[in-house]
Design a protein around this ligand. Structure first.
Ligand code: 5GP
Ligand code: MN
Length: 323
């Protein structure tokens, strides 16, 4: 496994970069990619931020003024592709052309299902977030280059990924190092209140109408497995985008006695995205893998090409085997 120093040496010796992350962007995805993007710019490198997906509403504050390209708009040549917070190559959210034409692929990630798909890899499955790994990279990179990469903007981006991936420092992936990092980021000027208010306290009214409808579908099996289903019609009626549903997932898990929570989201006809969460002992990454997905021990996901009802039945069958 590559260490941080190899990645920093490589970055220092190269000029052109494309930075990106996984599909269905979230706080850690955007926070870690942005921190790399800003730091490469500070180093004077040519860098494009490419992501072929829609950014969630509650992350708009982070990317204001940042040029995020679609793959078709990126004309970079002889570049290194840096993939952040992405557990496997197919989920890297750029075109196959951009993946295939990269001179090198650097992978920085914390997914349990990551099989080190980069040419250079910095993977730590125990880390709270990819933002924590980026924090480690930038601390070292600041020492090596004698430049302070963690300014207020970068600190705010990293803080966002840290709070979203740890559920506000609540999940089991929250370690002493996560609090130490939080402290340092606040000292560096991370805008803590801006992050919390934008990420968790700015839901549009329609979101609550959708949430109400979603909670009406709540189904609990054996007191231990809870699921919520959201159809594309529910999204359309309430004018809520598919990528703005992250806040609903925890409702499935946070019920007394429930070990596994399942959120079933219909993307299109016969294409359903499933989010899995567990509280104590079920490894949901293994369940997601059965359907070609992956993720972490306590948070994972997969796509099932079937109806909402059938997808729910298939996932429930697997979950009930493990509980
Ligand atoms: P979420 O349920 O919030 O979409 O994702 C939970 C975690 O599982 C995230 O870390 C996400 O990257 C990962 N994940 C979600 N869907 C998939 C998938 O289809 N494949 C893989 N490999 N990981 C996924
Ligand atoms: Mn992450």
């Amino acid at each position: 496994m590559t260490n941080i120093n190899n990645i920093i040496d490589y970055i220092n010796g190269s000029n052109d970069f494309v930075v990106t992350s996984h599909i269905s962007p979230d706080g850690d995805n955007i926070g870690s990619t942005l921190s790399m993007y800003y730091s490469l710019k500070k180093l004077g490198k040519n860098v494009c931020y490419v992501l072929d997906d829609q950014m969630p509403l509650n992350m708009q504050f982070l990317i204001e003024g940042v040029e995020i390209l679609k793959s078709s708009e990126c004309d970079m040549k002889d570049y290194t592709l840096i993939s952040l917070d992405c557990g496997d190559r197919p989920r890297i959210c750029v075109s196959d052309e951009i993946k295939d034409n990269a001179v090198k692929l650097i992978c920085i990630d914390h997914h349990a299902s990551n099989e080190a798909f980069g040419d250079l890899n910095y993977i730590d499955v125990d880390a709270s977030s990819t933002c924590e790994l980026m924090y480690n990279v930038l601390v070292r990179m600041s020492e090596v280059n004698n430049i302070d990469f963690i300014d207020a903007k970068v600190a705010t981006a990293l803080y966002t990924g840290l709070v979203t991936d740890t559920g506000n420092f609540a999940y089991s992936n929250t370690h002493a190092s996560s609090f130490e990092m939080a402290k340092e980021l606040l000292i560096k000027g991370a805008k803590k209140d801006t992050v919390i208010q934008n990420v968790f306290q700015s839901n549009p009214y329609n979101y609550y109408k959708l949430l109400g409808e979603a909670l009406n579908t709540l189904d609990i099996v054996d007191g231990k497995v809870a699921s919520i289903s959201i159809t594309k019609e529910m999204l359309k009626e309430n004018a809520i985008s598919f990528n703005d549903l992250d806040g609903i997932t925890p409702y499935t898990r946070d019920i007394q006695g429930v070990e596994v929570g399942i959120l079933i989201k219909e993307k299109k006809e016969n294409e359903v995205k499933v989010s899995l969460r567990s509280k104590n002992y079920v490894n949901v990454s293994e369940i997601a893998k059965v359907f070609g997905g992956g993720g972490h021990v306590r948070a994972s996901g997969c796509t099932i090409f079937d109806s909402v009802e059938n997808a729910k039945a298939k996932v429930l069958e697997q979950v009930l085997k493990t509980i």
